[in-house]
Design a protein around this ligand. Structure first.
Ligand SMILES: [Zn+2]
Length: 418
């Protein structure tokens, strides 16, 4: 078979330490061959010049239904999670499928241009119209030729926040949501929260779906739904198909409880997602000083061998008015907030927005740079993961399904001084 695209002198992460490069040949949307030197030609040949070629970034946690709505209908003045939920309740009153589709595709194009080709988005399913879910399911179909999108049915107002919400969740799964979501810490009582977690597992088994729960996204050290999620994962055996998002209260638990919990989590083998941009912004708002960071124990979870990925969570919405969708900004924030400043730790933060995210999304064989894999890869203006985070490197080429989808020139700096 003839190659359609050839990348010369690529630095793969696996050979970062040695500095050895490889050529990568692509044909029919797949990686055809990888070798130090390939004696073939192709209609398009790119000399990568020893720069880093990675599997694409994976956005493991975002809310595309609310993306690009900052200030609508008003600004979040307290900056808290709960005022954000109030504002979103007003904004979503006039949500339409078209409105969701337009903004979501705009946000996905923005992320794809920054090297993100796999995204898990939550869709609020607390409204009887299910406009957010229907809009995002339509988007999943519309972008499938260049982007893989997973949609989580997310009961923003609580699974038991109203009499209809549990039925709306089940309807969402019948419509084709990829995962069951939840928000146990926002339910009316602790008992409702526990009941919601059990219901989520029951539905995931009934419809054979993944699970991704907004879990303990609060500074309250008494918010302990993570142990409930872990227990359900152990008893059901679903662990690797289950994700606990945020778990910010874990950062406020006393160490004796945290140590006990860590043992349970290792048995459960859940996936974890921290959203450092948003966690550092929303949490700690009721503290004076010292003020908590409000981020889960990323470093300790990672050191325990558990799968941790990082998400952007929000792009210009009621919870966070900033954000461009750049996962290198997320990784850079994790380095700071989670104190992951060692060389291995910085590399791990890069992995948390790439391969670890792929594991969270259960992408398995669809992800990674190897012969026979789908040809999804990115070329960074950097020679290593460290340089990529250091410089928030430009993603020069985004290759999706074997085609160059986006090309971006790094900024050119001209020095006119002495
Ligand atoms: Zn979220």
């Amino acid at each position: 078979m003839n190659a359609s695209l050839l990348l010369r002198r690529c630095q793969l992460i696996a050979q970062e330490a040695s500095g050895q490069t490889v050529d990568i040949a692509i044909a029919a949307g797949q990686i055809m061959a990888i070798a130090p030197t390939l004696e073939i030609s192709a209609p398009i040949e790119l000399d990568i010049g020893g720069q880093l070629v990675s599997a694409p970034f994976v956005e493991s946690h975002i809310h595309l239904d609310s993306a690009l709505t900052a200030g609508q209908p008003r600004w979040n003045l307290s900056g808290t999670l709960f005022e954000g939920i109030e504002i979103w309740r007003d904004r979503k009153a006039d949500l339409t499928i078209e409105d969701v589709k337009t903004r979501a595709i705009q946000a996905l194009k923005q992320q794809a241009s920054l090297g993100v080709l796999f995204v898990r988005s939550h869709a609020d399913v607390s409204e009887p119209s299910l406009s957010a879910l229907k809009g995002l399911l339509a988007v999943r179909e519309a972008v499938k030729d260049w982007m893989t999108l997973q949609v989580v049915a997310f009961p923003q107002d609580g699974l038991y926040g109203s009499e209809t919400n549990a039925a709306l969740m089940e309807e969402s799964l019948k419509l084709g949501a990829d995962a069951v979501g939840g928000i146990p810490h926002y339910e009316l009582t602790r008992e409702d929260g526990v009941r919601s977690v059990h219901k989520i597992f029951e539905l995931a088994q009934k419809y054979d779906r993944l699970i991704d729960i907004h879990c303990d996204e609060i500074d309250d050290p008494q918010s302990r739904f993570l142990e409930v999620v872990a227990a359900c994962a152990i008893r059901s055996g679903l662990g690797p198909r289950v994700t606990a998002s945020h778990t910010t209260a874990f950062g406020s638990y006393n160490d004796a409880y945290a140590l006990k919990l860590m043992g349970i989590l290792q048995r459960a083998q859940l996936n974890f997602i921290a959203n450092p941009l948003i966690n550092i912004t929303l949490q700690g708002r009721t503290d004076t000083y010292p003020k908590r960071r409000g981020v889960t124990r990323v470093k300790e979870l990672w050191q325990s061998g558990l799968n941790v990925s990082l998400g952007h969570d929000c792009i210009q919405d009621p919870w966070y008015s900033l954000g461009t969708g750049n996962l290198l900004a997320v990784a850079e924030m994790a380095v700071h907030v989670c104190q992951m400043t060692g060389q291995d730790e910085i590399d791990a933060c890069f992995d948390m927005v790439t391969s670890h995210g792929a594991r969270t999304l259960n992408l398995q064989a669809d992800y990674g740079i190897a012969e026979g894999q789908p040809a999804n890869l990115i070329v960074l203006d950097a020679r290593s993961r460290y340089e990529a985070i250091l410089n928030r490197a430009t993603v020069k080429y985004v290759i999706s399904r074997g085609q160059v989808l986006v090309e971006t020139a790094p900024p050119a700096v001209t020095w006119h001084g002495e």
